[in-house]
Write a protein that binds this ligand. Structure first.
Ligand SMILES: NC(=O)C1=CN([C@@H]2O[C@H](COP(=O)(O)OP(=O)(O)OC[C@H]3O[C@@H](n4cnc5c(N)ncnc54)[C@H](OP(=O)(O)O)[C@@H]3O)[C@@H](O)[C@H]2O)[C@@H](O)CC1
Ligand SMILES: [K+]
Length: 494
């Protein structure tokens, strides 16, 4: 899938149906199901003790399903160790199956306090809360009672409590990553396999740390739906590796085409991003009135206007990368430049308004290419709503990749990178400092640089997007989430 990045840096992610199949296969093999719930509870309890060595009091909030069953196993294990336990029972009907058995065991301890009054969590002396309300059986929308319980857990956390979620933060749709109201978890102990939704949208924000316990489940060797890229891999894969005995030709060439009137900054930032990502030479092709600004800011970037020179003449070799789109606009000038782009060959990065023109013209890329839509641009390409895209980020990115025969970076709090072969990598840690104009322009220049250096579009897209995110997180720690400007992340690329 990725030729350079070792598999150990890729966390396999699965859909709920795969997890359910493994669960059922394990039950069949073991001839019973409670043993697995017990192992889930034991694993959770181990992690709780690991993070809270001097645990005296445990608050366990449970729903009526097996997620609550896991929570009740933890309650019993803690009671066995002499820890004071309060169970907040939020079930709406009698438990059945394994959860019923777990309830029987837990409620057999007369040292465990049981209440149905979730409001009392606020006054609970415990500073460790187990969130066992809802797991993979949750289907939105949430009921009012459980919404209140989630709000109570979050309020307790806001007052300093440490929250561990059983399998997933309650309220999270583990398929989509969405959660209108969900628990914010310091730790998520997830079972059998890592799930997609932990790494997307609201899920990526709510899960501060995730550990997976396989519970000895039968491995059906299903192909993972996606992989999450561990950022540590980037130590070995910078945007480009500087070699002692090298010259500018070693690091390739990027031409950025964009910057219609009023949008000069976008194209300038993209060209600056390519240059600061280590590419050998960079050309900026933009409206003539933006040329002096670029020369003042980045004298290392060659700059020309399309009125003075043909786009093809800016390319230095068949491996020169064209980044088209930042500030390209939707005017006659923009369309002329889009057409000039179509007349060229060679690797390309298609961003911003170039994605608009791609949608208008509608043909597959026909060249090695990376498209970098945000969900709104993705919706336009697929002629659907942004809400449809958010319902299935992975599937949407795959549809775009197939339709336009290219690699796609679907940008978001975490980004989804896919290729035409169905490979999917999710990457990044949410960085609100990036929610500003210019972030995408910087990314497109970085992808251009990585494509010039690494040549393979999927690999280049993954490395560039991951560095963009990691550098932004580093920069925002120093500069601040509010005032950090996207181009400032370029000073944190090594
Ligand atoms: N079996 C085992 O041994 C193992 C199981 N495991 C564990 O089981 C979990 C899956 O358990 P599950 O399938 O019982 O579903 P679960 O997540 O508890 O949710 C069902 C409950 O939620 C409720 N509910 C749903 N939607 C709702 C809504 N919108 N608003 C309000 N309520 C709603 C639903 O209520 P109902 O619809 O029935 O009224 C029901 O009470 C999994 O995540 C893992 O933790 C693992 O440890 C492996 C071993
Ligand atoms: K949960």
């Amino acid at each position: 899938m990725l030729t350079r990045i070792p598999e150990r840096y890729l966390v396999p992610l699965y859909r709920v149906e795969d997890v359910r199949r493994r669960e059922q296969a394990s039950f069949a093999q073991e001839g019973e199901s409670y043993a697995m719930m017990h192992r889930a509870g034991e694993a959770l309890y181990r992690h709780i003790l690991h993070h809270n060595a001097s645990l005296k009091h445990l608050s366990v909030v449970v729903g009526g399903g097996n997620n609550g069953g896991d929570g009740l196993v933890v309650a019993a294990l803690a009671a066995q160790d002499g820890i004071e336990v309060t169970v907040y029972d939020c079930s709406s009907k009698p438990r059945t199956g394994d959860a019923e058995y777990a309830e029987k065991v837990a409620f057999g301890y007369d040292t465990i306090q049981i209440t149905r009054n979730i409001e009392a969590l606020n006054q609970d002396p415990g500073q460790v809360v187990v969130d066992g309300l809802l797991g993979i059986g949750f289907h939105p929308p949430i009921s009012e009672d459980l919404a209140n319980a989630i709000a109570a857990i979050n309020q307790k956390r806001a007052q300093g409590a440490w929250v561990v979620s059983v399998d997933c933060p309650s309220g999270l749709d583990v398929e989509t990553g969405r959660g209108a109201l969900l628990v914010e978890a310091d730790l998520v102990v997830t079972f059998i396999a890592d799930k997609l939704g932990h790494y997307l949208l609201d899920g990526a924000v709510a899960c501060h740390q995730i550990v997976m316990e396989s519970l000895q489940a039968v491995d059906l060797l299903n192909r993972p739906t996606a992989y999450f890229l561990t950022p540590a891999v980037l130590e070995n894969y910078p945007p480009c590796l500087r070699l002692p005995n090298s010259h500018k030709g070693t690091y390739g060439h990027v031409t950025v085409l964009g910057g219609d009137l009023g949008f000069g900054g976008a194209a300038i930032m993209a060209s600056e991003a390519a240059a600061k990502s280590g590419v050998g030479t960079v050309t900026l092709m933009t409206q003539s009135r933006h040329l002096s600004a670029s020369l003042m800011r980045n004298p290392n970037v060659m700059c020309v206007s399309p009125e003075d020179i043909g786009l093809g003449d800016t390319l230095r070799s068949s491996e020169s990368v064209l980044v088209i789109g930042p500030g390209l606009g939707r005017t006659e000038w923009s369309e002329r430049n889009w057409q000039a782009f179509l007349a060229t060959e060679g690797p390309a990065v298609v961003d911003a308004d170039a994605l608009y023109w791609l949608g208008v013209y509608g043909q597959p890329m026909g060249r090695p290419a990376v498209l970098t839509p945000h969900p709104g641009e993705a919706a336009r390409l697929l002629q659907c709503s942004t809400a449809d895209i958010l319902e299935d980020l992975v599937g949407s990115a795959q549809q775009i990749a197939t339709r336009f025969q290219s690699v796609v970076i679907l940008k978001g709090a975490t980004s989804v990178v896919v290729n035409q072969n169905g490979d999917v990598v999710i990457l990044g840690q949410p960085c609100p400092a990036l929610a500003k104009g210019g972030s995408g322009d910087v990314l497109s220049g970085m992808v251009g640089a990585c494509l010039a250096y690494y040549h393979e579009p999927f690999e280049a897209a993954v490395i560039a997007a991951a560095w963009h995110n990691m550098a932004a997180n580093k920069a925002s720690l120093v500069i601040g989430q509010i005032s950090m400007q996207p181009y400032q992340l370029l000073d944190y690329l090594e």
